[in-house]
Design a protein around this ligand. Structure first.
Ligand code: BMA
Length: 332
C-alpha cells in the first residue's frame, strides 16, 4: 500500500487537475483561473483572499468581499465542487455568546476557516482601533458566535492549527502596524480556551532571500503530515513599484510548531498570470486555504490574486516535500 503523508481525511471529490505534461512546476495553476471574477455579488467589486473547507459532502467558505463603500467584509459561500461558488449577498451576522446580536464589525478581511473538534472557527483581520485578529465559532454555519479578539492591535494573518497541541489551541499570527506594514515575522500564540492567548513564540523571520525579505505571513490552515506541519505562507519583497506577494512553504515540528524543521528557499508560485499581475493591487498571490486528500496526497491551494480574484493551484504532497528537501533555506 502506498504510504500516506497527509494525516487527515480522504477528500476524493476535491478540485483537481493533473500537472500539464510539459510543466516542471511544483505548484501549478488551474487552467480556468480565476474561479471568482470581478463584481461577483451586488455591491462588491472584488472577492479574494478567502477561506474554504469541505462541509457535508460539499464545500463551504468565508469570503472577503470588498464593498463599494471601500470596506471589506465577510460573506458565506457554498459550492458543490469547490470551484463554482454561490456567495451570499448579505454579510455574516455575528451573535454574542449570550445569544444577543453582536455589534456589526466595522471591517473584516483575509478570513481563515477551520474545523476543530466538531466546531468551526473563523479567524480574520478585525477592526479594533486598527487591525487585529477576530475569532468566531459556528456549529452549523447558520449561527456565528463572535468571541473575544485574540490580540491587541496590530496583528494580521491569524491562522489556527486544526487541532489542539499539548492541550492548547495554537494560532499563527503576525504582529504588524496600522498600514501597509513594511515588516512582519510569523509568531505563534497558545490558548486553553480560545479567549486568553499567551505562551507566544517566534516561528519564522523574513530571510535574506529577496522574494521574502520584507515580510512573511501564514496562509492556509497548516496540514498535518508525517514530516511535520506543512505551513504554506506568503513571502513579500519590495520593488520600485510596490510589494510582490509570492507563495512559499515550510515544515514545522508536530509537537512544537514554533520549531521550523525545513524552510524552502524558493517560492512555489509568484505572480505571473495576468489575473495575478493586474488588478486592484498588482503582483499579489495570497493563499488562505487548502483542500487536501489524505489518500492521494493531492493539495488544492485557494489563493487571492491581485486583491481582485480567487484562484486555485495544485500540488502533490510528496513531490512538494521532496522539492523542499532538495532546496532547504540556508543562513547567509
Ligand atoms: C496585506 C493585506 C492583504 C492584501 C495584501 C496586498 O497587507 O491587506 O489583504 O492582499 O496586503 O495588498
Amino acid at each position: 500500500m502506498k504510504k500516506k503523508t497527509i494525516l487527515g481525511k480522504p477528500l476524493p471529490n476535491m478540485p483537481w487537475q493533473d500537472k500539464p505534461k510539459d510543466s516542471s512546476e511544483i505548484m501549478w495553476r488551474y487552467d480556468k483561473n480565476p474561479v471568482i471574477g470581478r463584481r461577483p455579488i451586488k455591491d462588491a467589486g472584488r472577492i479574494f483572499n478567502s477561506a474554504i473547507i469541505p462541509y457535508q459532502g460539499e464545500f463551504i467558505g468565508v469570503f472577503r468581499a470588498d464593498h463599494n463603500n471601500g470596506y471589506p467584509n465577510l460573506h458565506l459561500g457554498r459550492s458543490k465542487d469547490g470551484i463554482h461558488w454561490q456567495i451570499n449577498e448579505e454579510i455574516i451576522k455575528f451573535h454574542n455568546e449570550d445569544g444577543t446580536p453582536a455589534k456589526p464589525i466595522f471591517y473584516g478581511y483575509d478570513p481563515r476557516l477551520v474545523e476543530i473538534d466538531g466546531s468551526y472557527y473563523i479567524t480574520w483581520c478585525n477592526y479594533f482601533n486598527g487591525p487585529t485578529i477576530g475569532i468566531a465559532r459556528s456549529q452549523d454555519f447558520k449561527t456565528f458566535v463572535q468571541l473575544e479578539n485574540a490580540f491587541l492591535p496590530y496583528n494580521r494573518n491569524g491562522v489556527l492549527f486544526p487541532r489542539k497541541i499539548n492541550g492548547n489551541y495554537v494560532m499563527l499570527n503576525r504582529p504588524s502596524d496600522n498600514g501597509h506594514t513594511p515588516f512582519g515575522d510569523i509568531y505563534l500564540s497558545q490558548s486553553p480556551d480560545m479567549t486568553f492567548w499567551g505562551k507566544h513564540r517566534l516561528v519564522m523571520k523574513t530571510s535574506h532571500n529577496w522574494w521574502k525579505n520584507v515580510k512573511v505571513g501564514a496562509g492556509p490552515i497548516p496540514i498535518e503530515t508525517t514530516e511535520g506541519w506543512l505551513m504554506i505562507y506568503h513571502g513579500v519583497c519590495m520593488t520600485c513599484s510596490g510589494f510582490i506577494y509570492s507563495i512559499g512553504a515550510a515544515l514545522l515540528d508536530i509537537d512544537d510548531p514554533s520549531q521550523v524543521l525545513l524552510d524552502c528557499e524558493k517560492y512555489l508560485l509568484t505572480p505571473e498570470e495576468l489575473y495575478e499581475t493586474t488588478g486592484f493591487v498588482p503582483n499579489v498571490t495570497f493563499p488562505c486555504a487548502t483542500l487536501h486528500d489524505a489518500d492521494s496526497g493531492r493539495i488544492a491551494i485557494f489563493y487571492g490574486a491581485a486583491d481582485t480574484y480567487c484562484a486555485i493551484a495544485f500540488a502533490q504532497v510528496d513531490e512538494l516535500i521532496d522539492y523542499m528537501k532538495a532546496h532547504p533555506n540556508k543562513p547567509l
